[in-house]
Design a protein around this ligand. Sequence first.
Ligand SMILES: NC(=O)C1=CN([C@@H]2O[C@H](COP(=O)(O)OP(=O)(O)OC[C@H]3O[C@@H](n4cnc5c(N)ncnc54)[C@H](O)[C@@H]3O)[C@@H](O)[C@H]2O)C=CC1
Ligand SMILES: O=C(O)[C@@H]1CCC=N1
Length: 265
Amino acid sequence: MFKIGFIGAGNMAQAMMQGWSKLDANQVTQGAYVRHQLPEQTQAWQVEPFQSISEAALVSDMLVLATPPTALTAIADELKPILAAMPHKIVVSVLGGISVSMLEEALGRQAKIVRALPNVNVAVGQGYTAMYAGSQITAEEKGAVFALLAELGRVDEMPEAEFGAVSALAGSGPAFVAGFIQALTEAGKAAGLDEEMAAKLSVQTFRGTVDKMRQDDLKALDLAQLVMTPGGSTAAGWEVMQAGNLNGLVTNVIHATMQKNAEFE
Ligand SMILES: NC(=O)C1=CN([C@@H]2O[C@H](COP(=O)(O)OP(=O)(O)OC[C@H]3O[C@@H](n4cnc5c(N)ncnc54)[C@H](O)[C@@H]3O)[C@@H](O)[C@H]2O)C=CC1
Ligand SMILES: O=C(O)[C@@H]1CCC=N1
């Protein structure tokens, strides 16, 4: 039996709990510590409540730090002596912008740390997670963490220097994709469609486009070319999209996201 213990049970932790709840409960169990009450929806994923960070650390094989990054110092005060006494415990941190060296500084140089950057789509097994292992993690432990994260979607080992860009594209990315779907929905409404229908059309179009790209191994611009009949209506819309500098806007979005993420570094 392998026990995963979360510290923090907000949006990111819950997405991971939901994703891992599909695993065999005889092999992997989950628990969580939050300062207040565990959110009700965690019951559906059989998440056991812990009363303290110490309890979470003592009974879990792998801890997942999933609080706001600013909580690290407070958590480390309680966690550091336990990790010093039980150095085999693995800590997976999803704290945005907090490097492995900052984690080692806070939790002790001997701590076994993996930095992971998942996104909320892990809840439905379609996540993207970047991971980077600290110096104390053995190849076997890294493999075990990788395998657990891979239950939630695609995982890549990444140099830590790339985490800022990966966080903006894949970590924050679902929000930006949702923003584009919302823009399509609102444009559909302005064009006379009922809002619910416009939302359904937008989601289905997004989903179908992504599935087609994956199944037919198409790049984004190849897919766009398939739709743009020469001299036709899509090309007219595409021109407006380019004239409005959608690429420039998205570049600025990613830049602002990375700048904010770097504030903790
Ligand atoms: N939401 C997302 O899509 C992603 C979030 N992250 C990272 O995950 C972490 C959590 O983010 P969210 O879940 O979005 O935030 P959230 O605000 O939804 O959840 C934060 C959780 O931490 C708990 N908490 C706060 N201070 C605590 C303390 N001192 N001790 C124990 N628990 C404490 C809160 O009660 C809450 O359960 C952040 O570090 C963020 O950068 C990383 C990738 C994606
Ligand atoms: O918004 C945030 O700060 C976190 C990090 C990546 C996604 N959510």
